[in-house]
Design a protein around this ligand. Structure first.
Ligand SMILES: [Zn+2]
Length: 71
């Protein structure tokens, strides 16, 4: 059962874990409030711990991408 969603802020791109019942979420980084749209959901998790692991991996892969895109 999916209880947690990993969402990305539409303004700053920061990751957040939200509960599946929420309709909106506020970004911890920039304070932007977004409605919980399907296109902002990057992953699903069954526990908060799993969601944190997902975010850690997303940050690593994003950093790696940034590294390779340097001129
Ligand atoms: Zn943000």
């Amino acid at each position: 059962m999916v209880r947690y969603l990993v969402v990305v802020c539409s303004r700053c791109g920061g990751y957040r874990v939200v509960s599946g019942v929420q309709k909106t979420f506020r970004c911890f980084s920039c304070g932007n409030v977004s409605s919980l749209k399907q296109e902002l959901v990057v992953a699903y998790a069954s526990s908060a711990e799993e969601a944190r692991h997902v975010i850690a991996h997303l940050k690593i892969s994003r950093a790696a991408k940034r590294e390779t895109s340097k001129p």
